[in-house]
Design a protein around this ligand. Structure first.
Ligand code: HSE
Length: 335
């Protein structure tokens, strides 16, 4: 894509190019992989971005309720960081966003906004920054690489961020893997869910997680999905977060009896996520178990069947710049 401006600035106004980015949701931690394992899911947000003479932000869809439309908007702020890093004067922006990803439920909504903003802003300036640089920026913004790695690169990402540098490798789960999420009808901020975690953990818990996380990655790499039930256990974050989500402990203990390959808190919660072998055909039983267990503890929830998404954030070339974003995404959205 050619640069829409030259030198240190960008041209704006009618006729300036717009870019469109589709970015997947993600689950983080995957049980024992606290702050390390993420998986992209086929639930999406779309961002439209163009240079403008005055900043305007339009948000579509129920999941955008309460998201600011001024310059405190996350997408706007992250885009400015891209221009800053690329040495380009901060332009006014025309932004539109539609998202199917529930806000603050543990499915990576903020990571998808960060990744979408990075990729869109970078596309607007002719991809001056590399994917590696975008990943560094995304990890530093989120302070952990699991959601942003999965949203940026797709598939199952194994990553670290040491406070200065992030690195990752990516594997693509087999087609037979289905993902069932039970999304409680309450929000839980990552900040609150991180606040309950201890500063230090016993050595035996660290050893427990190293073994389980390593086995889980090996199970995915080798197609030994029978091992997921042994590997998808955690001692670093789930025990501390369980009191925040009534019913979670029962689900972690018993979901495998109802057909799950493995079950975990999705990210910082409150969503619970079960991995399922699509060939086993016990999906309805598992769905009922998750909903009934939560309801018995007074928690209403919604379930959604998802698939791992092999592709990360992508710039789309087929959207029509002459119609609103909502018309462009029609036919692709869930709600
Ligand atoms: N790894 C993060 C956590 C994901 O569990 O806190 C939440 O954004």
């Amino acid at each position: 894509m050619s640069l829409p401006g030259s030198g240190s600035g960008l041209a704006g106004g009618p006729g300036s190019p717009k870019v469109y980015v589709k970015v997947p949701a993600s689950t983080a931690n995957l049980g024992p992989g606290f702050d390390a394992l993420g998986m992209a899911l086929d639930l999406y947000a779309w961002i439209e971005m163009g240079i403008a003479s005055t900043t305007e932000i339009r948000l579509y869809g129920d999941q955008m309720n309460g998201v600011p439309t001024d310059k405190s908007n996350l997408v706007y702020k992250v885009a400015q960081q891209v221009f800053d890093k690329a040495g380009i004067a901060h332009p006014e922006l025309d932004i539109a966003m539609y998202s199917d990803i529930p806000l603050t439920r543990g499915l990576g909504s903020s990571a998808s906004a960060i990744v979408g903003a990075l990729v869109a802003a970078n596309a607007l300036i002719g991809n001056k920054l590399s994917p590696h640089e975008l990943f560094q920026m995304a990890s530093a913004l989120e302070k952990h690489p699991d959601n942003v790695g999965a949203s940026l690169f797709g598939g199952l990402t194994i990553a670290f961020w040491d406070g200065e540098r992030a690195e990752y490798l990516r594997i693509v789960p087999e087609d037979r893997l289905d993902v069932l999420v039970a999304i409680p009808r309450f929000q839980l901020s990552t900040e609150k869910a991180r606040h309950v975690l201890p500063e230090q953990v016993p050595m035996k818990d660290a050893v427990f997680n190293i073994g389980h996380a390593s086995l889980l990655v090996a199970a995915f790499c080798s197609g030994r999905y029978d091992m997921i039930r042994h590997a998808m256990k955690d001692a670093l974050h789930q025990p501390y977060r369980a009191p925040l989500i009534p019913g979670m402990s029962d689900i972690l203990e018993r979901a495998e009896e109802h057909g799950a390959l493995g079950v975990a808190l999705s990210g910082a919660g409150p969503t619970l996520l079960a991995l399922v072998d699509g060939k086993e055909g016990r999906g309805a039983e598992l769905e009922r178990f998750l909903l009934d267990t939560l309801r018995d503890r007074g928690i209403e929830a919604d379930t959604m069947w998802l698939k791992p998404c092999a592709e990360g954030a992508a710039v789309l070339s087929h959207f029509d710049p002459n119609v609103p974003l909502i018309d462009n995404v029609k036919g692709n959205v869930r709600t």
